[in-house]
Design a binder for this molecule. Structure first.
Ligand code: TA6
Length: 301
């Protein structure tokens, strides 16, 4: 599928005082949203929210200064859509991590004004747009992004085929914070998690999560709302969700940051991932004709 050019997207889908389409970094098409609540940006390539900036606040999402904006490359930051597998492919290490839809162009389906002046953009991708040797199943995804007093992102997964398939995935949200040593994540006390930095041992979370080293935890069987408490900026980012049984908390810290070409050596200090997912034990099997909706609602206070 070719990447639609921004001008034709703008002619078809722009809404005055809400949404327009332009060539962003790397000349990739971007939906730029600006309404009375916030401004935001969505990359058509990958169906990836890149920015959510409520007026008068620090940006809520984080994008690396070293992000690569090229077709076929994942953009480091915002909310990558990881599907139909989370992390490395379970059996074929030659496959891209986090699936194949975050590195392909999506289609713009619709734009609209909803609720109290929020802006909504609906994107889609299916097996007629992209295929993979390790994913022989018909599928259709839609991503519904609603920018208003909160940021809502919903991934709708449909199985139009005649056989069930099992997927894992995530809305892999990167959040903008003052400093990683000044934040805690609340909401996961007592939840069992896989510690991917400690030999994938299963542990139980004790209280809130502070950060002092690389952290890569997959919390299981939880539908809890999480809150990033940012002491320095005196704000909290709340991440509520539905259709998701896993929450992933990730900060690469120093060594991992240095190993990533699209990640500045010091950038780990200003970012934190709290991801709305279905991963590990929480894989989802979708019967023919069924759909699954995985949704995150991000707000600040
Ligand atoms: O969600 C955490 C994680 O699975 C980490 O293990 C790390 O690999 C991160 O995702 C980023 O993955 P990426 O493929 O985007 O570099």
């Amino acid at each position: 599928m070719s990447i639609m050019n921004p001008q034709s997207l703008d002619e078809q889908f722009a809404i005055a005082d809400h949404i327009s389409f332009l060539a962003g970094p790397g000349d990739l098409p971007i939906a730029e949203i600006r309404n009375t609540h916030a401004s935001a940006a969505v990359a058509i390539n990958g169906g990836q929210v890149l920015a959510y900036d409520p007026h008068g606040q620090e940006p809520v999402l984080w994008v690396s200064q070293h992000a690569i904006y090229e077709p076929g490359k994942a953009i480091r930051g915002g909310i990558p859509v990881c599907w139909p597998w989370f992390g490395p492919h379970p059996t074929d290490s030659s496959q891209p991590s986090h699936g194949f839809v975050r590195t392909h162009p999506w289609n713009v389906i619709a734009t609209s004004i909803v609720g109290d002046g929020a802006t909504q953009v609906r994107l889609g991708i299916s097996d007629s747009d992209v295929s993979s040797p390790v994913w022989p199943h018909p599928f259709a995804l839609q991503l519904v992004v609603t920018v208003g007093p909160t940021l809502e992102v919903e991934l709708i997964i449909q199985n139009p085929g005649d056989a069930p398939f099992t997927w894992t995935g995530a809305l892999h949200s990167y959040f903008n914070i003052s400093c990683i040593t000044d934040v805690h994540v609340h909401g996961l006390d007592g939840v069992t998690y896989i510690d991917k930095v400690d030999d994938r041992q299963r542990k139980v979370q004790q209280g809130s999560i502070p950060f002092a080293a690389e952290t890569d935890n997959v919390y299981l069987d939880t539908e809890a709302t999480c809150r990033i408490e940012d002491l320095d900026w005196r704000r909290s980012i709340e991440i509520s969700k539905s259709g998701s049984r896993s929450t992933v908390v990730w900060n690469p810290w120093i060594a991992k940051s240095q190993s990533l070409s699209d990640f500045g050596n010091e950038e780990y200090l200003g970012m934190l991932c709290v991801e709305t997912a279905n991963a590990e034990d929480n894989a989802v099997t979708l019967a023919p004709g069924q759909e699954h909706r995985m949704r995150t609602v991000i707000s600040t206070r």
